[in-house]
Design a protein around this ligand. Structure first.
Ligand SMILES: Nc1ncnc2c1ncn2[C@@H]1O[C@H](COP(=O)(O)OP(=O)(O)OP(=O)(O)O)[C@@H](O)[C@H]1O
Length: 410
């Protein structure tokens, strides 16, 4: 439920799970966009941490900033929070420029990796901290703290101290403290990275449910792609200070716009290639030659490259997700893309295999190429469900043309 939908239906307002009337701010000029960045850059001396970032975040959504270490995601979050000033560009929150506003005037909730609870204050006092600064009356404060603890499923622990809680519980309290004053935006900086793997997965779901229940527009910084894919309405993939792609997790995963995004998200085979030409039957399919001479057919529809970039002789990259290659225990007739069949077929030899419970990971040599393949075990009655293919075995590999993405460097 977001404020704009109730506006459209002519409703006066809604009551949040934290008990107050939702404020409908005057941000109609920006439609549903709660946070907007226009041409935002940040330089530290000679280092450009963020370069010309343009983003618009819809009300009530969870957006992840995802990318490798040093790509600028924390800096971008700190710019939105007001912990850093932009070198160029402008940031608006709910329609008003916050460029000159310090953090405490931006109505932002923050959760960091290391909880940052005050150790000598009780849980109740920790959560009430932001309300005290907003001069909320005591009785209402106690009510809001109680509700916030119920929302994070830790009711009645107001009088305990942080060191009496587990890491996961402390992180829930940090979340309660960040949302209790009903911020316009919730910023989460690697909130789960200090937790062990099982708890992290549990907390992913928990945070997502709380975020949805509150309807608070949220930005999450993470370098963990599983976390971003599992939790986000939108993912912003960054590299070297620049936003590479913004989209729904499925689109970013299935339809990466450039070789960086394709290689960063999921397990993929990324091979340099040269364009040979188009395939008659389809404008989006191109025939390419790999460095080892192998010819494949791939789909260039996700790339917004110009027609000139797709001409014969031009360099490109072909990306084949490991999970989109099927292995068969027999050698196949190597063939480029047999256009009529709609698949590329090539043969190779398994050089390494790993059993991972639900999947088998294989490394297959195909004439100078190392191809990574992930096979999901099927559950077939009467068969050994976890049957692995033998190492050293000759195998055939098949990948549909549309699963072989041809991308161009931008
Ligand atoms: N205060 C600073 N002074 C100088 N350089 C900085 C400062 N903060 C960040 N940088 C540089 O800006 C770049 C982006 O850093 P940032 O912390 O935003 O990346 P990140 O994607 O969050 O990385 P990580 O996942 O490792 O935290 C890096 O090259 C970093 O060294």
């Amino acid at each position: 439920m977001n404020a704009s939908s109730s506006r459209e239906q002519g409703q006066p307002g809604t009551t949040s799970p934290l008990g107050t009337e939702r404020r409908h701010h005057a941000h109609e000029a920006n439609g549903d966009h709660v946070v907007e960045l226009r041409g935002v850059s940040k330089r530290f001396g000679s280092v450009t941490a963020v370069e010309d970032a343009n983003l618009a975040l819809r009300e009530g959504t969870l957006t992840s900033l995802l990318g490798p270490s040093g790509c600028g995601k924390t800096t971008l979050l700190r710019l939105i929070a007001g912990l850093e000033n932009c070198s160029t560009g402008t940031i608006t929150i709910k329609g008003r420029s916050v460029d000159r506003l310090p953090i405490h005037k931006r109505n932002i909730g923050l959760v960091f990796q290391n909880y940052a609870l005050f150790p000598h204050k009780t849980i109740g006092q920790n959560i009430a901290f932001g309300l005290k600064h907003r001069k909320v009356p005591k009785a209402l404060t106690m009510e809001k703290v109680k509700r916030a603890l119920e929302i994070v499923r830790l009711p009645g622990i107001e009088d305990r101290y942080p060191n009496q809680l587990s890491g996961g519980q402390q992180q829930r309290v940090a979340l309660a403290r960040a949302v209790v004053f009903e911020p316009d935006v919730l910023l989460l900086d690697e909130p789960l990275s200090a937790l062990d793997a099982n708890l992290r997965e549990e907390m992913r779901v928990e945070i997502k449910l709380i975020q949805r229940a509150l309807g608070v527009t949220t930005i999450l910084v993470t370098h963990d792609q599983q976390e971003a894919l599992a939790m986000s309405d939108e993912i912003v993939v960054m590299n070297q200070g620049s936003i590479q792609q913004v989209g729904h997790p499925k689109d970013v995963y299935r339809r990466p716009c450039n070789p960086f995004v394709a290689g960063f998200l999921g397990q993929a085979n990324v091979f340099p290639c040269t364009i040979i030409g188009g395939v008659e039957s389809s404008g989006d399919l191109l025939r390419v030659r790999l460095e080892n001479g192998m010819e494949l057919i791939g789909d260039a529809s996700t790339s917004d490259a110009t027609a000139a970039a797709k001409e014969a002789g031009k360099a490109a990259t072909i990306v084949i997700r490991s999970s989109e290659i099927s292995l068969s225990p027999n050698d196949v007739t190597s063939g480029d893309g047999n256009a009529a069949k709609g698949v590329n077929q090539f043969s190779g030899q398994i050089v390494d295999s790993s059993y991972l419970g639900d999947d088998a990971h294989y490394l297959v040599n195909a004439g100078d190429l190392s191809v990574k393949v992930i096979s999901r075990f099927g559950r077939k009655i009467g068969q050994d469900a976890d049957q692995m293919l033998d190492s050293d075995a000759p195998v055939g590999m098949t990948a549909p043309h549309e699963a072989c993405r041809i991308l161009f460097s931008t």
